[in-house]
Write a protein that binds this ligand. Structure first.
Ligand SMILES: Cc1cc2nc3c(=O)[nH]c(=O)nc-3n(C[C@H](O)[C@H](O)[C@H](O)COP(=O)(O)OP(=O)(O)OC[C@H]3O[C@@H](n4cnc5c(N)ncnc54)[C@H](O)[C@@H]3O)c2cc1C
Length: 456
């Protein structure tokens, strides 16, 4: 019997294997497809690499604004763009595989794993048993049962990465984080792009002014945004795919050469035979865990996207840290201590930590808010990237920082000044009195805190 079996070599499994093996445990890691999982192969790494190419295209088109004269129109060689992405992503994947295969006390198996009992797992012909089982199986793009979706070719966030040409017209169904990154990127590569969103606004979980600002920046670059799409359906068309949009108002449909479905993620928990071990899932398929990421079955844990407690690489990695701390360090770390933080990698990016303004209002607290547009942030103006705004909300009574949003250049980095204060549980005057470097976006955080007004 092994000490531990880890199913999935995504963001939590490999570092946990390293900690367990270093503690002298015998470990098996089972991966059915690509080492490194979603982030490395079809998520963060390839998309952020493509976004970097798209940004260069955008800046090359804007070069004359900066007094830099480039001759002739900007051309995109999508095959080279893709090759660069494949190189960055492939290097990362190979590194994860090499790391695992070189790990003492760790056996690596390739194949689809299923549970046979609370302490046994089948991979092909082999049956492995272990005292502990860690599930790190991730999620996949959801293909919803929308009318006609089976009659046409659609792309997902995974398959779109195989394109080596720029679509004539990309229709992105789903106006949330993944869809919007692809929308802006492909517009910059030269495609006509339409975003079709069934909600009344983009990224519906954000505050309305954040959604509006993102919509404005996409529209300025020529992305068409169709909201309140109450009639989404698909039909083959001579020029590609006809996507039904609105039944009541506006043009009823749009024809795209390519369609990207970006409407959510489904956990990979339906083909694990969880029932054989008695592991419970919720109604959406996420494995139910407690604050230490233990499932209902003693000896089985679930980490990363498959437990529904986070949907990011940093949350999956933090799940590993929580499990390792509790198992190996006698440190009772809990997922409840995590502060919500993420970025939407449009350019400029949107970074968000903690509560939205709406959530603060709903909580009934007395709160103060500081906000300023990027047109009043010197660094953004100097860079010629003064779209967006920054905002911070604090509790008027406890003086704790409740949340922040930065939509602007470098916002994904600058937000960490706020996040770290929140983890330190420092009252906001601590940040207000910090002397930040000039000229930066982050230097305006103390300024915002000196301009607080009641949140209405
Ligand atoms: C387009 C896109 C962009 C993203 N961008 C970002 C970003 O910028 N920042 C960010 O933080 N997050 C981003 N994410 C989310 C991020 O990729 C995931 O949150 C992260 O990869 C989750 O890691 P994980 O370890 O839970 O699962 P995964 O990385 O998905 O790993 C799970 C692994 O388990 C394997 N597996 C599944 N079932 C079995 C089985 N039965 N047997 C054997 N192996 C199995 C899979 O093959 C996979 O390798 C993005 C996601 C997408 C799709």
């Amino acid at each position: 019997m092994l000490d531990a079996i880890i199913i999935g070599a995504g963001q939590a499994g490999p570092p946990l294997a390293e900690r367990l093996a270093a503690a002298g445990m015998s470990v098996a890691v089972i991966e059915r497809k690509l080492f490194g999982g979603t982030c490395v192969n079809t998520g963060c790494t390839p998309t952020k690499t493509l976004i970097a190419s798209a940004r260069v295209a955008r800046m090359a088109r804007r070069a004359a604004e900066y007094g830099v004269m480039l001759d002739g129109p900007v051309r995109i060689d999508m095959a080279r763009v893709k090759a660069r992405k494949d190189e960055v992503s492939g290097r990362s994947r190979r590194n994860v595989e090499r790391w695992l295969r070189g790990m003492p006390n760790c056996r690596v198996l390739q194949g689809h794993a299923r549970l046979e009992s609370p302490n046994s797992v089948r991979v092909g012909d082999e049956l492995l048993t272990a005292e502990r089982i860690f599930l790190n199986v991730g999620a996949r793009a959801t293909i919803p049962d929308m009318p006609g979706v089976r009659d046409v070719d659609v792309l997902t966030s995974g398959t779109i990465l195989d394109l080596d040409h720029v679509p004539r017209h990309l229709v992105v169904v789903g106006g949330s984080y993944i869809g919007l990154e692809f929308a802006q990127m492909y517009r910059r590569f030269g495609a006509e792009v339409t975003v079709v969103e069934k909600g009344e606004r983009l990224i519906g979980r954000e505050d309305p002014d954040v959604s509006d600002a993102i919509r404005e920046l996409l529209e300025k670059e020529g992305v068409t945004v169709r909201l309140s799409a109450d009639c989404i359906r698909f039909a083959p068309h001579a020029d590609g795919v006809e996507v039904g949009v609105n039944c009541a108002s506006g043009s009823p449909s749009v024809v795209g050469s390519h369609v990207l479905l970006a409407v959510g993620r489904t956990p990979n928990t339906d083909d694990l035979s969880l029932d054989r071990a008695g592991v419970v899932r919720d109604s959406r398929g996420f494995i139910t865990v407690d604050d230490k990421l233990r499932t209902n079955v003693p000896g089985i844990w679930a980490m990363g996207d498959c437990n529904g407690r986070g949907a990011f690489t940093h949350t999956a990695y933090n799940d590993f840290e929580i499990v390792a701390a509790n198992l190996l360090d006698g440190d009772p770390r809990s997922v409840d201590d995590r502060i919500q933080a993420y970025a939407l990698y449009t350019d400029p990016p949107l970074a968000r930590v903690g509560m939205t303004d709406e959530a603060v209002r709903r909580s009934g607290r007395r709160a103060l808010v500081g906000q300023r547009p990027m047109t009043r942030v010197g660094r953004a103006v100097e860079k010629g990237e003064a779209q967006g705004f920054m905002r911070i909300v604090v509790d008027a009574d406890s003086r704790e920082i409740l949340g922040a949003a930065i939509l602007g250049p470098g916002g994904d980095e600058a937000i960490h000044g706020v996040l770290d204060m929140m983890y330190a549980k420092a009252p906001y005057p601590t940040l207000q009195r910090a002397v930040h470097i000039h000229p930066t976006v982050a230097e305006l955080l103390p300024t915002l805190l000196g301009e607080l007004k009641p949140l209405e």
